[in-house]
Design a protein around this ligand. Structure first.
Ligand SMILES: [Mn+2]
Length: 378
């Protein structure tokens, strides 16, 4: 058992801080069953004051004896605490006690989180931050648009997810597609998957470490609200790295029942939510008219079970392009291009491309289909 001197010293510091250096610990003994203190102060201390000064939890400890005696100009308060018996403890008290014991022994538990109770609203939110180009270097003086590097990008992702959390209705599930050119470059040569050189702000390993931290932070925030299902969607910039990031997240959250990672080998991913069916694909290198038929042919049973069919793509960074429309509909199947938050880089500036920086949150009702769209503009 870690003994008492360092604990007493810690508490002494607490006392100094909390009472401007007035009370001090004259004597302190402790064992598994109890703690005895003698405290010096300019006045006699009440039970509540003693609990506050020592930072003891009333759910766990009971003060069964407290006396005050005057010595010269100061007072000594003797107080004795014992642990509440197990019979008196609620399950919550017991957990507190258990954690306190683990902390004293410096024991770390394996990371395991049970499924939380979820809403029964019948709604699902989908948060789309596509074509984020993490790692891209943008220099505002050159592009006439915003600066961009991994620190700016991480803060932008933070703001975006917080905004959507603030605007989130009561949902049973959150879908978070990851990939879709989340990374700007795919490899140690700082090129895209097919070899196009990219202006990178950092070394490729540092960018990857930062991406891990970025997503752990965002997924933890979201999974406290509702179970999160991650769909890994490779893009033309990050075909390989999106997969590795997916494997990292799958391993990280393996014991968290509130986070599921779909990093299957198929590049196109699907979601079924009540009567809604969504296909994810980046949108590059595909026969432009093939997608609605692919949706039907790749998942014929899901198609038959559902009524609302959408294909969510990225790649173009904006809602439309000459061969694409914001929402192109083929026999009831909608193809939607989700815009990007990333500022211009030198290449896009040089080519005369420009887009409105935007992220999207869609909300789907099991019966009625898409019922809400929120847009975030930084
Ligand atoms: Mn792309």
């Amino acid at each position: 058992m870690k003994h008492t001197r360092d604990i007493a010293e810690k508490q002494l510091k607490k006392i100094d801080k909390s009472a401007n250096g007035q009370p001090t610990i004259e004597k302190f003994t402790s064992n598994e069953a109890g703690k005895d203190y003698i405290l010096n102060a300019s006045t006699v201390l009440t039970e509540d004051e003693v609990f506050n000064l020592l930072g003891l939890d009333k759910e766990v400890w009971e003060c069964y004896d407290i006396t005050g005696n005057k010595y010269g100009t100061s007072w000594q308060t003797k107080c004795r605490f014992r642990r509440k018996s197990l019979e008196d403890m609620t399950p919550e008290d017991y957990v507190k006690r258990f954690i306190e014991l683990l902390d004293m022994q410096n024991v770390k538990l394996p990371f395991s989180v049970e499924k939380r109770e979820t809403s029964q609203s019948g709604k699902m939110a989908e948060i789309c931050v596509f074509d984020f180009h993490f790692g891209q270097l943008s220099w505002g003086d050159e592009t006439g648009d915003g600066d961009y590097n991994i620190e700016i990008a991480a803060s932008l992702m933070d703001q975006t997810i917080d905004y959507f959390i603030d605007n989130l209705p009561d949902v049973e599930k959150i879908i978070l597609p990851i990939g879709n050119d989340f990374f700007n470059s795919d490899n140690a040569f700082n090129t895209t998957y097919s070899g196009t050189p990219q202006a990178e702000s950092d070394r490729w390993k540092r960018t990857f470490f930062s991406a891990e931290n970025l997503y752990i932070k965002q997924i933890n925030k979201l999974s406290r609200i509702a179970p999160v299902e991650i769909k890994i969607v490779p893009g033309n910039h990050d075909r390989t790295r999106a997969f590795f990031l997916g494997e990292f997240l799958r391993a990280w959250y393996r014991n968290d029942e509130n986070v599921e990672v779909d990093n299957g080998a198929e590049e196109r991913k699907y979601v079924e939510w009540g009567k809604n069916m969504i296909m994810y694909c980046h949108g590059d290198g595909l026969h432009k008219k093939a997608l609605p038929l692919l949706l039907v042919q790749e998942r014929p049973e899901m198609y038959a079970r559902t009524k609302y069919h959408e294909i969510h793509k990225g790649h173009i960074h904006q809602g439309s392009e000459k061969n694409h429309r914001v929402s192109q509909e083929t026999m009831g199947i909608k193809e939607i291009i989700i815009p990007s938050l990333v500022p211009l880089d030198d290449w896009h500036k040089g080519k005369g491309y420009r887009h409105l920086c935007e992220a999207t949150m869609n909300v789907y009702d099991k019966e009625r289909g898409k019922c809400n769209i929120s847009l975030f503009h930084p």
